[in-house]
Write a protein of this length. Sequence first.
Length: 264
Amino acid sequence: MPPFRFHPGTQPLLISMPHVGTYLPPALAARLSDSARQVPDTDWHLERLYDFAVGLGASVLAATHSRYVIDLNRDPSGASLYPGQNVTGLCPVDDFDDQPLYRDPQDLPSEAEIAERRDALWQPYHQQLQTELARLKTRHGRVVLWDAHSIRSVLPRFFEGKLPDLNLGSADGASCDPALSAALLAIAQSASGYTAVLNGRFKGGFITRQYGQPAQGIHAIQLEMTQCSYMQETLPFDYLPAVAAGIQPHLRRMVEAALAFAQR
């Protein structure tokens, strides 16, 4: 199984999907609990939800392996992105409900195994990110990196109550031009029936913070969406076309605005 799927685009927009992967190597799957093998914390169906992106000329990079193997949106050193807050790690040992992933505590990944996963999966994904950003920047002079995510709308481990539907993150303004985040927030807030916030609980993960360099013409933004906006949040995690049809036009407007910003 290759570490990612990649579609090279023609326009100055790269959409990254680091948590859409569902593949578990068989030897690892055998060590996991029954519930963990269902990979419930996947950012399900984002490639389908963003199926308009290729038509806009965007490049799309999507992970193949589950975040339970390695989390591509975490610092490779294992340092927390939100110090003092409850988070999952680079190679998670528990799920979003704070339940153990591994059947036996003796099966937890060793430092050597973590290093192997980092070399085999984390590094290739990030190398592709860097290569494509450099290509688009050289060709167009400016590029937007859109880091696409989704999550269950209610997760007491991480936040109280229900999460806003559209959670934009710009690392508190450090990862992109404020004009870009303001334009995206305006579109999100105008979406009737949905709620939106900028730099709330989710300010952007490692990818947004690492690659967003607005002074150098690379603008990164993260969108964390509630899964109830387009899919069934519990097993079997089905895509709901009629529900998705409500949010997808607003999502497309946001992506188009990001592209227009990059093309200015």
